[in-house]
Structure formats: structure tokens, C-alpha cells
Design a protein around this ligand. Structure first.
Ligand code: ATP
Length: 309
């Protein structure tokens, strides 16, 4: 597999407001994205995710460092990059008054899709994103989930091998978010490389082949989900549901260096308190545990919703 994105010492500082020190939005990050993978860029609000996407797609210039995207140098060949990648920004770039169909046609025109191919491709994209019956509805009148789906469809107009998705499920209801995750998984199966920014730990865990965790402009870890989990100290946990003589139950977590040790701790507690063990489950570490361990931040920082569309 070849590298689709190679990033070296990429840095972005914004001038500080009224004499304040500069904002170090992205600080010397390095990573590579491999062909065909879903690469997760995971971090809390303000971590530098959007700034990174904007640099890699030629919307803002790095303060220092650089990158190659699809083999092209960001500093000297940005036009080539822009032509070849698909970008789904946090806020949709489609036109409110144009219909779903016309928005797709317009995107294709922008990306230089030959005129004779545009209509068929637009119908194909509408079908694929389950929007065929909304073909003639103005963008402004679509639901939030449909808007997001159409924005992704428009970004795929020219069949890009690499798609940037900036927080695609933020602000969506559970069902729309689930539908969109399914679509992202489909893209991966088709061999599209996906660069996905998100602050949803669970989403990253489910969708991504590898994940970079970014905090305050720096990458603090980069690995597969399993690789990240392997960095947790080797403590295992069981969850035991204990019941007293009156039938009251309580579920508690017990840790140990092995499942046996954690189970022993649960049994000892039950015996000491005259309770019975009703159920016993081993607990697998989640990406949330890894995040908390690696960043020292609470997982709650990822829950802050921005409510943007
Ligand atoms: P979010 O999930 O909230 O979009 P993010 O991880 O995408 O967060 P960025 O939007 O890249 O983060 O912002 C990183 C930092 O850079 C923040 O401190 C932000 O306030 C600052 N920043 C972003 N854009 C600008 C700008 N145009 N001018 C000044 N500061 C900016």
C-alpha cells in the first residue's frame, strides 16, 4: 500500500487577537495516511482538526512544514491536489436555492466532470445516498441528515480517490448518523481513502483503521484501535452484579492483573458482605479508556457539542 498523504512538521499559527500571543492551532504534526484506509483524526473541540483539513486541502497555508497529498506537493502543486480530492467541510458549501440534483450538477461542473457524464452521475449519486425522491427539492428544505449526505455526494462528484470528511456526524440524530457511518464504511470497501475528523470516540473506534489523537495542535498517539488499546497498563476488569438477601442488586467494577485476579476480588467482596454474585462479565477496554489514559483529559471534553450543521 502506498501513502496517500504524507505530512511533515505541519504547523499553523494564527495571529493572536489584539496583541495576544499567536494561537498555535497545529504544532509540527507528522503522519502518513495509507491508500484505502479510513484514517481517524480524533480530538476535542479546538484541537486543530479543521485547521489540518484546511491546510491539506489548500484552503489555508501552513505557517511551517508541509505535506504531499496524492503525490503532489502542497507548497507548489496545490491546484493538482484541489482537483483530485473530495472535501466535505464542517459547514456545507452547497447552495440553498438549488435543488439536490442541480447542486450535484454544479459540483461536477466545478470539478470539470465532462458535460455528457454529469446527469447520469448525479442520478447515480442521488440513488446511492438515498436521495432520489428529493431530486428536485431545494437544498435548504432538506433535513440535516439529508443535507450532510448530499454534501458528501457532491464531494464525490468527480470520483476522488481521497475524501476529507470534517466531523460528518456532528449535530445529526442517531439514525442519520448511523446511516452516514454506513456510507463511510461503503466508501472504504470501494477503495476510497477517507480522512475523517471526529470528536466521537465510538465513531472513530467503529470506522477507522488507524487513529491519530490530536490535542492542542499536537498528535499524542497514532495507531490502530487495537494498538492504542495495547498501550493501556495491563489491568483487566470484570463487572460483577451483587445481590443481597433482599434482592437488591448493585453492579461494581473490579480490577486485577488478570481476569482470575479481578474475579477473585469480586468473589471476596461478595463473601465479605454476605452477597451473591448474580452476573460476572469481563470488561474490554474502550477507546475512551485509552483517550483518558493518553491525554490525561476526561472523556467529557469530547462530548461538548457545537450544534453546528
Ligand atoms: P472544532 O472541532 O471545534 O472545529 P478543531 O479541532 O477543528 O475544533 P480548529 O478549528 O482547527 O480545531 O481550531 C484550532 C485552534 O485554532 C482553536 O484554538 C481555534 O480557536 C483557532 N482558530 C481556528 N481558526 C482560526 C482563525 N481563522 N483565526 C484565529 N484562530 C483560529
Amino acid at each position: 500500500m502506498s501513502d496517500v498523504i504524507q505530512v511533515a512538521q505541519l504547523t499553523k499559527h494564527y495571529p493572536g487577537a489584539r496583541g495576544a500571543p499567536p494561537v498555535r492551532a497545529v504544532e509540527g504534526i507528522e503522519f502518513t495516511v495509507r491508500e484505502g484506509e479510513v484514517f481517524g483524526f480524533l480530538g476535542p473541540n479546538g484541537a486543530g482538526k479543521t485547521t489540518t483539513v484546511r491546510m491539506l486541502t489548500g484552503l489555508t497555508r501552513p505557517t511551517a512544514g508541509g505535506a504531499r497529498v496524492l503525490g503532489y506537493d502542497l507548497a507548489t502543486e496545490v491546484t493538482q491536489i484541489k482537483k483530485r480530492v473530495g472535501v466535505v467541510p464542517e459547514t456545507s458549501n452547497l447552495y440553498d436555492e438549488l435543488s439536490a440534483f442541480d447542486n450535484l450538477l454544479f459540483s461536477m461542473q466545478l470539478y470539470g466532470v465532462p458535460r455528457r457524464e454529469r446527469k447520469a452521475r448525479a442520478e447515480e449519486l442521488l440513488a446511492r445516498f438515498r436521495l432520489s425522491d428529493k431530486r428536485d427539492v431545494p437544498f435548504a428544505k432538506l433535513s440535516r441528515g439529508m443535507k450532510r449526505a448530499l454534501t458528501i455526494a457532491a464531494a464525490l462528484a468527480h470520483r476522488p480517490p481521497l475524501l476529507f470528511l470534517d466531523e460528518p456526524t456532528t449535530g445529526l440524530d442517531v439514525m442519520s448518523a448511523r446511516g452516514l457511518r454506513g456510507m463511510i464504511a461503503d466508501l472504504r470497501r470501494e477503495g476510497v481513502t477517507v480522512f475523517l475528523t471526529t470528536h466521537y470516540l465510538e465513531e472513530a473506534e467503529r470506522l477507522c483503521d488507524r487513529i491519530a489523537i490530536i490535542v492542542q495542535g499536537r498528535i499524542v498517539a497514532l495507531d490502530t484501535v487495537d494498538g492504542l488499546k495495547a498501550r493501556l497498563p495491563a489491568r483487566l476488569a470484570v463487572e460483577a452484579t451483587l445481590a443481597d438477601g433482599d434482592g437488591r442488586t448493585e453492579t461494581l467494577r473490579f480490577e486485577g492483573r488478570s481476569v482470575e485476579e479481578a474475579t477473585q476480588a469480586a468473589l471476596a467482596r461478595a463473601t465479605a458482605e454476605g452477597r451473591r454474585v448474580l452476573a460476572l462479565n469481563t470488561v474490554r477496554p474502550t477507546l475512551e479508556d485509552v483517550f483518558v489514559h493518553l491525554t490525561g483529559l476526561s472523556a467529557e471534553v469530547m462530548l461538548a457539542e457545537k450544534g453546528r450543521t
